[in-house]
Design a protein around this ligand. Structure first.
Ligand code: ATP
Ligand code: MG
Length: 439
């Protein structure tokens, strides 16, 4: 084992080593994925971020010192191997390395709490307990390569469309929607909360004259859920835009979802393969289902839903059976939407709010917002909330707030859709749920 890297540097990632490089000498670095000792020949699979490369060591062809080093290797130790490339139709990528130098950079303790080769399948809790090992699995780390593309693609989409990226506070004095779903914290001598949504701040940015803003950041929800689609800490992709209404921002949402899907399909082919997920690019103009029709559709599936109710889990599932892919729900009753949602001019009992769904999963909620101070105060009171706790937010509406609209997309839920995984915990490095606060 060595103390420091000195002049050892990787020359190639495993996937860059192709049969065309036959005969060349390269240095690879990574983890000992698998060791097969057949006596006269030892095979070591070295795994790096991008894949596997086989190191083949026939005792007759290599120095005995190297042979003995390989024989002593432990699973998941970190190694550096310098070797000569040989074509081989039996090895991954059609190449293997004949080792000329091996350096153990760090030895792994045995036994392993989790097997990254996935020969032994582990339960999600065991996997999350040893997440750093779990993330070494190609299929698992593929999810995060895809998530990285999703977040980058969203950011590029907004920049291309002339949005300004903002960062709003996550330490807040009061609730967004006045609910009880907040994590209280001690803020010096006062109580404060972790932000459940950038909603109020992004709206204030409309009054600040920014016109089009977006934020990609954490949201915190103290809901006692124990489902496959809720976490207590999630990532929200939020936007808000002035001089536009719900229909304009739905168009932005649809375009962003399509662009992200195209980018993931284009850049993450091998990751999608590893996940065995056949990602279909959604076509333009997602269907729009009016809430009143949705109630009938849900009932037609034998699930009881009355007009005026939010979608129960059973109702979502019924819709999931009827709808294939993305669709909007529009025309929600005003009563079940938050106070900042603008009602229809002619039918104030109907809101200008929408949800974006993927089958049975809610991906986004959005709306045209109330921009009139008096109406906003009234709607806050109608929800049984005290306008005084919204004083600084309300002030932004008294001095020239433009009409505006916006939405928030759950980035983790979108990652579920684009990777095909069923449990939201799979899409978060270190998920936070009702029972889990570590690692
Ligand atoms: P749900 O009804 O599914 O609990 P919601 O209506 O409470 O969601 P919103 O407040 O509308 O959620 O938040 C906007 C988006 O943020 C949601 O559509 C979803 O994609 C995501 N989101 C909200 N809460 C969570 C959560 N607890 N975990 C993961 N994502 C969430
Ligand atoms: Mg919602």
């Amino acid at each position: 084992m060595i103390n420091s890297l000195k002049n050892l540097r990787r020359s190639h990632y495993s996937k860059e080593i192709t049969p065309e490089l036959n005969g060349e000498e390269v240095r690879v670095m990574g983890w000992t994925h698998e060791i097969r000792d057949l006596g006269g020949i030892i095979f070591v699979l070295l795994r790096d971020r991008d894949g596997l490369i086989q190191v083949t060591a026939p005792s007759k062809k290599i120095e005995s010192e190297i042979f003995e080093e390989l024989r002593k290797l432990k699973k998941e130790s970190v190694i550096s191997v310098k070797g000569k490339i040989q074509e081989s139709n039996k090895a991954p990528n059609g190449v293997e390395l004949l080792p000329v130098e091996i350096t153990i950079l760090n030895e792994s303790k045995q036994p392993l709490p989790l097997d990254p080769t996935e020969k032994v399948k582990a339960e999600i809790d065991t996997r999350l307990d040893s997440r750093f090992l779990d993330l070494r699995k190609p299929g698992v780390n593929g999810i995060f390569k895809i998530k990285s593309v999703i977040l980058n693609s969203a950011r590029n989409f907004f920049i291309e469309n002339d949005f300004i990226e903002i960062n709003t506070p996550k330490l807040v004095a009061s609730a967004t929607e006045g609910g009880t779903e907040l994590f209280p914290i001690t803020y010096f001598e006062r109580e404060a909360f972790l932000g459940q949504s950038p909603q109020l701040y992004k709206q204030m940015m409309m009054s600040a004259g920014f016109d089009k803003v977006f934020e990609i950041a954490q949201i915190f929800r103290a809901e006692e859920h124990d489902t496959l689609r809720h976490l207590n800490e999630a990532i929200s992709i939020d936007m808000e835009a002035s001089f536009l209404n719900q229909h304009d921002v739905m168009e932005y949402l649809e375009k962003m979802i399509i662009k992200i899907s195209v980018d993931v399909k284009e850049k993450c082919g091998s990751e999608l393969d590893a996940l065995e997920h056949d990602l279909k690019i959604p076509t333009e103009t997602f269907p729009k289902v009016d809430y009143a029709d949705l109630v009938d559709m849900v009932n037609s599936k034998g699930v009881n839903m009355r007009y005026g109710e939010d979608l129960s889990r059973a109702a979502e599932k019924a819709m999931g059976e009827l709808m294939d892919g993305f669709y909007f729900i529009t025309g929600w009753p005003q009563e079940i939407k938050p106070f900042y949602v603008l009602p229809e001019d002619e039918h104030p009992e109907i809101s200008q709010a929408f949800d974006l769904m993927y089958k049975d999963l809610e991906i986004s909620s959005g709306a045209t917002r109330v921009h009139q101070y008096d109406l906003l105060v009234k709607q806050i009171k109608d929800k049984g909330l005290n306008p005084e706790s919204f004083e600084t937010y309300l002030a932004a509406f008294e001095y020239g707030m433009p009409p505006h609209a916006g939405w928030g997309v759950g980035a983790d839920r979108l990652t579920m859709v684009l990777t095909g995984v069923q449990n939201i915990r799979e899409t978060v490095l270190f998920p936070r749920d009702r029972r889990r606060l570590t690692p």
